[in-house]
Write a protein that binds this ligand. Structure first.
Ligand code: GDP
Length: 354
């Protein structure tokens, strides 16, 4: 699964990309190329399990992140490159500049978050409209049009939404329609989060125009999150025990980067199950609703093929008991079959035979 970071130029996209991927990216400064790297999804359950089992290796869930070059207003080439990258992403993080800094050039005459969001959203909506209209024309011209009336009706509803500047994710779909929509490769069905990049002062005291952005995002069903890339950089540079103190001082509970990563992971419909042991404590990523046999296949195809049973412990139970023995004594240890739907936070040991 891939998360694309999008936005206008000079808004803090690369800074947030570096923060999310802890500088693992090979960043081309300001270039027209995309940069890709892996982000760890912070998870305090993994921190706890790692403390408990003291494994040789600890592995967090991951997400691939792509830093997509900024959309240059009015640039046709920029727009087409931009749309290609957006199409490949599974979810989008739109960074919007709210911070003011005379040292960072502005792409327009003033800082205007709502206009920036609109500009980008508009580009995505136009691309979707184009696709929808082509598909409508093709069906209208088809001799078997009468057999495609459901699809035509769906397309017209989507067209109507887009023309009213609403994302396709806001159109209510039944199961059959969801399947059809999946095949279209539309852009405004992808989970989207807007990240307002504010200064420390704005984070604490607010700013002119804040209400306007929040109203806009509510009207358009776009979740928003405020973060200050500058502060996040400072947090990441601190030692773990100093971080708490610093965050307390400025009144934030957890780093914005953690909130972004976790929120995108969730919005992609992803959950984690854990495997534990002396060698490794590891979070495995699956889609919500995955059964035990298929989840086993994430680890190895042999385990899926030779699946016998899954031994499952609820993370919460282990956390309360403080040891695997405690969990066993209380009978909180379960054996599940291949159809069992794995839950977020399940600690799983697969029994298999090949
Ligand atoms: P991009 O073009 O959107 O990828 O933006 P960058 O992440 O490269 O940032 C552009 C410039 O703005 C860089 O010099 C950053 O150091 C600076 N910058 C990014 N975030 C902030 C912020 O929150 N506050 C301030 N003052 N500068 C920032």
């Amino acid at each position: 699964m891939q998360l694309g970071i999008i936005g206008m130029p000079m808004v803090g996209k690369s800074t947030i990309f570096d923060l999310m991927t802890e500088n693992r990216g090979n960043r081309n400064q300001g270039g027209a190329k995309t940069n890709t790297a892996i982000a760890r999804i912070p998870d305090n359950r993994i921190d706890y399990l790692s403390e408990l089992f003291k494994p040789k290796k600890t592995t967090y869930a991951q997400l691939e992140v792509v830093d997509i070059p900024g959309l240059v207003p009015g640039g046709e080439k920029s727009a087409s490159l931009f749309l290609d990258s957006v199409r490949r992403a599974d979810a989008l993080l739109m960074v919007v500049r709210v911070f003011d800094d005379a040292n960072v050039p502005l792409m327009s005459d003033k800082i205007d978050p709502v206009t920036d969001i609109e500009t980008i959203l508009y580009e995505l909506l136009l691309a979707d409209l184009d696709l929808i209209e082509k598909r409508i024309d093709r069906i209208e011209a088809n001799k078997k049009k009468n057999q495609m009336l459901n699809e035509l009706n769906l397309l017209k509803r989507m067209q109507n939404a887009v023309e009213n500047e609403q994302q396709i994710s806001s159109v209510e779909l039944n199961e059959e329609e969801s399947e059809i929509v999946k095949n279209y490769q539309l852009l405004t069905v992808k989970p989207l989060l807007v990240c307002l990049n504010v200064s420390e002062d704005q984070l604490v005291n607010g700013y002119a125009g804040k209400e306007e952005v929040l109203n806009y995002s509510q009207e358009h069903n776009i979740p928003v999150l405020e973060i200050s890339a500058e502060i996040e950089k400072e947090i990441q540079e601190l030692e773990p025990d100093e971080r708490e103190i610093f965050m307390n001082e400025i009144g934030i509970e957890q780093p914005g980067i953690v909130k972004i990563s976790r929120s995108m992971y969730q919005r992609l419909g992803l959950i984690s199950f854990f495997t534990v042991g002396e060698d490794e404590v590891k979070a495995w990523t699956i889609e919500k609703g995955t059964n035990a046999k298929k989840a086993a296949g994430k680890i190895h195809s042999d385990i899926e093929r030779g699946f016998i049973r899954a031994e499952v412990v609820d993370y919460q139970d282990l956390n309360e008991m403080g040891s695997m023995n405690g969990v066993k004594e209380k009978g909180l240890f379960r054996l599940e079959g291949k159809e069992y739907i794995v839950k977020d936070g399940d600690i799983v040991h697969f029994r298999f035979n090949v």
